[in-house]
Design a protein around this ligand. Structure first.
Ligand code: AMP
Length: 114
């Protein structure tokens, strides 16, 4: 199966500004940031979207959520706050079919999104 863009970044086949990696996930700066800090956290496992996760992915999903907090702290977002977003499917605005968590902060964010 063709690798997704984010798999290629995780495998270092496409360059990215990595901020974190381990056996299960990688995090890198979004190429088109919407805020002073905009990091994408991506599992190495090529789940297409959040809805593709199954109970066997529970440890991976927990790992990802815990890493959101670690990365936010490392990026200096813990005090001011930040947003973690998982766009899912067409109506959710997902453009890359590989599960990813946006970690966005460094400015005041509006709600609700458009
Ligand atoms: P989504 O719209 O939720 O699927 O988010 C995909 C995100 O990937 C967008 O915010 C893009 O700016 C970002 N993106 C696309 N290509 C790259 C790339 N090569 N490196 C880093 N971020 C990227």
């Amino acid at each position: 199966m063709e690798k997704t863009l984010f798999q290629k970044i995780a495998d270092r086949e496409i360059p990215a500004d990595l901020v974190y990696e381990d056996d299960l996930c990688v995090a890198f700066r979004d190429i088109s940031p919407v805020a002073p800090v905009h990091v994408l956290l991506v599992p190495r496992k090529p789940l297409a979207c959040l809805s593709d996760a199954t109970p066997e992915d529970a440890p991976l999903m927990a790992h990802l959520l815990l890493k959101v907090g670690d990365i936010a702290r490392a990026e200096g977002l813990a005090e001011g706050g930040y947003r973690a977003v998982i766009n899912t499917g067409e109506h959710g605005g997902q453009t890359v079919p590989h599960l990813h968590i946006h970690i966005i902060g460094g400015r005041s964010l509006q709600w609700p999104p458009g």
